[in-house]
Design a protein around this ligand. Structure first.
Ligand SMILES: C[S@@+](CC[C@H](N)C(=O)[O-])C[C@H]1O[C@@H](n2cnc3c(N)ncnc32)[C@H](O)[C@@H]1O
Length: 259
């Protein structure tokens, strides 16, 4: 299996871009007033979501439950992408093995946004994914008003928003939390999937070293960590491999398994 980017030239990349509050920037050791993009989008292209779902299903066959955490989840596009794949692939009776996904972000405005049960998806974003794999309008219903996100400086000025269908909504639980705190609270039995994607370049070296060490300490053999292509700017592959992790899938350097 080869989980590779599908299309990294997607024009919809900046679906949800905002300016961080200085408080959060200082807390995590990021400099001054720099703009932190919380860019995210549904089915972000640095992973093949359906193949990744197949991998999780096969990898954790012997386990009764799989705990999936989406750390630094932004507006929820990431956990919803994975949840849609499970809804598509797994019979209803088997879904509670994987769902709900626990999603968290340090930015309370993002979590407020996510908890509102709305997403400012652009129409073209939905159309882009309308193909044989995902009929996005089966999962998101258009609403007549836009979702207002404080400090959204680079957004798309939408005129309306979308609401996930109730089955999808209840597949993801959102709360405010910083990555390290979430990992410190983790209880793993070798049945976890930890998504910490496209966030490392925003973190101070000390804080991100702490995260990697905590992943190593907390996760038991077999658990999975997923990073994103943007994390390469923080040399994340080499750094993960320097701990007790290896790449279980050829050609997918951002998927790591605890030894
Ligand atoms: C570029 S977005 C990535 C969103 C999503 N993971 C993805 O790949 O599309 C980065 C997110 O990291 C969050 N973040 C930054 N520092 C964090 C921290 N220390 N703990 C939790 N979330 C953090 C930001 O609030 C933002 O929503």
């Amino acid at each position: 299996m080869n989980i590779l980017p599908i299309d990294s030239s997607n024009i919809n990349f900046k679906t949800c871009a905002r300016r961080y509050s200085p408080k959060n920037i200082k807390q995590q050791g990021i400099f001054g007033e720099s703009i932190i993009r919380t860019s995210t989008n549904i089915f972000r292209e640095d992973i093949d979501w359906l193949e990744f779902t197949d991998f999780i299903v096969h990898h954790f066959l012997p386990k009764a439950n799989v705990n999936i955490h989406s750390l630094a989840c932004s507006d929820g596009s990431e956990p919803y992408s994975l949840a849609i794949c499970f809804l598509k692939k797994i019979p209803k009776t088997g879904l509670n093995k994987y769902l709900p996904i626990e999603a968290s972000d340090i930015d309370s405005e993002m979590i407020k946004t996510a908890k509102s049960g709305r997403l400012n998806l652009a129409d073209f974003e939905l159309d882009y994914y309308d193909n044989s794999k995902f009929i996005m309008r089966d999962f998101f219903k258009q609403q007549s008003d836009a979702l207002v996100i404080d400090n959204d400086k680079l957004g798309i000025n939408p005129t309306h928003s979308y609401e996930p269908i109730s089955e999808l909504k209840k597949s993801v639980k959102f709360h405010v939390g910083d990555m390290l705190g979430e990992l410190n609270n983790l209880k793993d039995e070798g049945n976890s999937v930890i998504m910490c994607r496209n966030v490392f370049p925003y973190l101070s070296k000390t804080y991100s070293d702490n995260i990697l060490q905590t992943l190593d300490n907390k996760l038991k053999s077999g658990s999975i960590v997923v990073t994103g292509s943007f994390d390469e700017r923080a040399d994340i592959i080499n750094r993960m491999l320097s701990f007790n992790f290896f790449n279980p899938i050829n050609g997918s350097p951002n998927i790591f398994q605890k030894k």
